[in-house]
Design a protein around this ligand. Structure first.
Ligand code: NAP
Length: 213
């Protein structure tokens, strides 16, 4: 398979890239710095030309929109959550996902590929324990984006899945998180393999449970 993974320089994205490369797939990983095949910032609209140029007309079988930020950890409702934090978070977690999909749509069409959007359980409206307003709202938007892309791309046979990767021991998840990158990657890659047009628009956990919207 020809696979594109955003945010493949660290954490879950790096784990997915290593997993697919070890299985013999062609992986293009993006990131802002060392280790990226395509150096690009998903919050810089002009950078998407680099991704389009790198992929050319190559068909893409699987696009994993993984790059994301969690900037408002521990913010105070009384004096935190500044406007700049909102705009930076939405630029990465929402606009960045849309522009990645839009850029690679010709490549996905060429392969009748699949799209995996790494959202979070924190994007669920049903599960709303409070706090982290910016991250939660941005992941809720990523979930909504995935659901609507699923509707629009269904007739073309392009399936879209939205995923909670687990609470994972990465720079973002922290050392106390519940599962390793390898556990998350094993679950997610099985979910991506099972994604088909009948399941398009589903929101699943890394270990295959249906997540409430
Ligand atoms: N870890 C968890 O427990 C957890 C739980 C639920 C959901 N998630 C989601 O899973 C995804 C991966 O998380 P992670 O834990 O692996 O995070 P991470 O360790 O912080 O890695 C984030 C990755 O995203 C990239 N990235 C961030 N902002 C970017 C930007 N503006 N442009 C390009 N790349 C950018 C980073 O690249 P650089 O190296 O260039 O910064 C890095 O490769 C995220 O969408 C996150 O929200 C994680």
């Amino acid at each position: 398979m020809n696979i594109v993974i955003t945010g493949a320089t660290r954490g879950i994205g790096a784990g997915l890239a290593a997993h697919y490369r070890a299985a013999g797939h062609q992986v293009t990983g993006t990131g802002r710095g060392a280790g990226a095949d395509v150096v690009m910032d998903v919050t810089h609209p002009a950078d998407f030309a680099k991704l389009a140029g790198a992929m050319g007309t190559h068909p893409v079988d699987l696009l994993v929109c993984n790059a994301g930020v969690y900037l408002d950890k521990g913010q105070s409702i009384d004096y935190g959550y500044g406007a700049d934090m909102w705009s930076k978070s939405f630029a990465a977690n929402v606009t960045g996902v849309f522009q990645t999909v839009q850029t690679l749509l010709p490549n996905l069409r060429a392969a009748t590929g699949k799209i995996a959007i790494i959202a979070s359980q924190m994007g669920s409206d049903t599960r709303a324990p409070g706090g982290s307003y910016i991250y939660r709202a941005s992941k809720a938007a990523a979930l909504n984006l995935g659901r609507n892309l699923a509707t629009d791309l269904k007739a073309e046979g392009i399936a879209v899945g939205i995923y909670h990767p687990g609470w994972v021991r990465t720079d973002m998840g922290g050392g106390e998180a519940a599962i390793s990158v390898d556990e998350s990657v094993a679950g997610l890659s099985a979910r991506f393999a099972a994604l088909d047009i009948a399941a398009t628009g589903s929101f699943l956990t890394w270990d295959g449970q249906v997540h409430p919207y």
